[in-house]
Design a binder for this molecule. Structure first.
Ligand SMILES: [Zn+2]
Length: 506
């Protein structure tokens, strides 16, 4: 592999003048193709992709080739990943993360596009808030694209709609009160209708708060053994069912050409996924995402179990001595880590297309907010840098296939946001013009890709994370898939220092 520049000292944000990746495993979800290929980049743009098995590119999802284990286990080249759901805490929580540190962490995790959740202090509920977030992203010098979401309701208070037109005008790509659901069905109904008129999606955090008051963990055997107050699965699925019922009504009453769109974020239970499956069968315009931690971890982790969900599925943790100390505050997250069976149901939803996207719900926290008793700890896992590793673990375990994972991190999120990130909407924006209809590996497109050493393992440590949030239960754990290089919009977002050194540059 030729390093990403002949010149010494290529730095983050610099244009990648010359990059040649020979004989890697390329995954291209736009055409549904994966296989051995060479990729060449010059002056920040893709100049050619040569598939090495002799045939030209093929279209159609059904025609994709089966993975060749030996090559698929070497160097992977993927389109730049797209995170639909990240909390960068600026303004108001800069000790936990800033937009600049978050974009750094994103590049390191292989992401070239990130949606910033608007539940900051103050929340992003005005055009000035959107402009401020966009300016901070610009000022960071990171080439990772930051898409800003506005709140659904004013002040995230759940009482009146946010100024959605103003927010859209300022560049908001969708609306969400994430952190809380919109508590009033009548307001959700208005939000869906207004957002539809603006061509924007409403992203809901489904939670029936009357069932989760004081909850610390998923309600199940581990929560009972540990004496933690439970959050029942029904608190989520009940909220999902209610939101879908509202959506159905808004769809029925919608004027032609303004289809309301509801996106349900961080679904964590089997019942929620089943409800979305049925809603999609009825052609309701709903999409959903799941997180890497809800796919790979489970409620046994609160008791110190450190097996992955698929390993624990046959014999869930039931109080026996475990690999780690119980009550690790890093395992506290909302929605809570669920049962291993729930985790497997999320994976099945991805495989059959019910689940559209994988979103990290990257939720960095200050040490002081996490190093406290379990029940007092802030909810959230710093996850944007460990997502790829957890998902490759799931691929290794044959729970997910590589193409499904890559789709859920590239084409899936684009589908969720719809016209807000469609190429024609972004025509004037040179950076975002990489979001072409045919994907970033089209000749002439700005290079937007991530190179991963599939088998190389790395240890998650506080020092290894670029995020200010070190709150992850994966500290000390080895993950497969070292990100070697992330190129966003033709510019360097991240390069592994050892990788550059090995190739003879700085
Ligand atoms: Zn949420």
């Amino acid at each position: 592999m030729t390093p990403p520049d002949a010149a010494e000292g290529l730095r983050r944000g610099d244009r990648v003048e010359r990059l040649e990746i020979g004989d890697a495993w390329l995954v291209e979800p736009w055409s549904g193709r994966e296989g051995r290929a060479c990729v060449r980049v010059e002056s920040g743009r893709v100049v050619g992709v040569e598939w090495l098995d002799g045939s030209g590119p093929r279209g159609g999802d059904g025609e994709r080739e089966r993975v060749e284990p030996s090559h698929a286990r070497g160097i992977l080249v993927l389109p730049g990943l797209f995170d639909l759901h990240a909390h960068f805490r600026e303004p108001g929580g800069e000790e936990a993360e800033t937009i600049a540190s978050g974009l750094d962490a994103a590049g390191r995790g292989g992401f070239t596009r990130v949606c910033l959740m608007p539940n900051t202090e103050p929340p992003v509920d005005s055009d000035a808030g959107v402009a401020r977030a966009r300016a901070a992203a610009e000022a960071s010098g990171s080439p990772v694209a930051a898409y800003v979401l506005g709140t659904s309701t004013r002040g995230r208070e759940g009482r009146a709609l946010s100024p959605m037109g103003e927010l859209t005008e300022a560049g908001a790509v969708g609306f969400s009160d994430d952190g809380s659901p919109i508590p009033d069905p009548a307001l959700l109904r208005s939000a869906l209708a207004y957002a539809a008129g603006l061509g924007r999606v409403v992203i809901e955090h489904p939670e029936e708060r009357r069932l989760t008051s004081g909850a610390e963990a998923h309600e199940g055997v581990p929560s009972i053994i540990l004496g933690l107050r439970g959050s029942p699965a029904a608190a989520e699925s009940g909220a999902v069912a209610a939101a879908l019922a509202v959506l159905a009504e808004v769809v029925r009453d919608a004027p032609p050409g303004a289809t309301p769109r509801l996106h349900l974020t961080h679904l964590s239970t089997a019942a929620s996924v089943e409800l979305v499956r049925r809603a999609k069968a009825e052609r309701l315009p709903v999409t959903c995402d799941v997180t890497p931690h809800h796919l790979a971890l489970h409620d046994g982790w609160l008791g110190g179990d450190r097996r992955f969900a698929w390993e624990a599925a046959q014999r869930p943790w039931a109080g026996e001595p475990a690999a780690a100390l119980p009550y690790d505050p890093a395992t506290r997250v909302n929605p809570p880590l669920r049962s291993p069976a729930d985790a497997l149901a999320l994976a099945a939803g991805l495989v059959d297309g019910t689940v559209d996207a994988i979103a990290t719900d990257h939720a960095p926290h200050r040490e002081i907010d996490k190093s406290v008793e379990f029940g007092d700890a802030a909810n959230g896992i710093s996850g944007i840098e460990t997502a790829v590793g957890l998902l490759l673990h799931a691929v290794d375990a044959a729970i997910l296939d590589l193409m499904t994972v890559v789709r859920a991190l590239t084409t899936g999120p684009r589908r969720v946001l719809g016209q807000a990130v469609a190429p024609r909407q972004l025509g004037g924006d040179a950076h975002r013009a990489t979001a072409t209809r045919d994907g970033p590996f089209t000749a002439g497109a700005l290079a937007d890709l991530v190179v991963i050493d599939r088998m190389e393992r790395w240890t998650v440590t506080r020092e290894s994370l670029a995020s200010r949030g070190k709150n992850t239960p994966l500290l000390g754990r080895q993950l497969p898939g070292r990100v070697l290089l992330t190129v966003a919009g033709g510019r360097l977002a991240y390069a592994d220092p050892q990788f550059l050194a090995a190739d003879g540059t700085t």
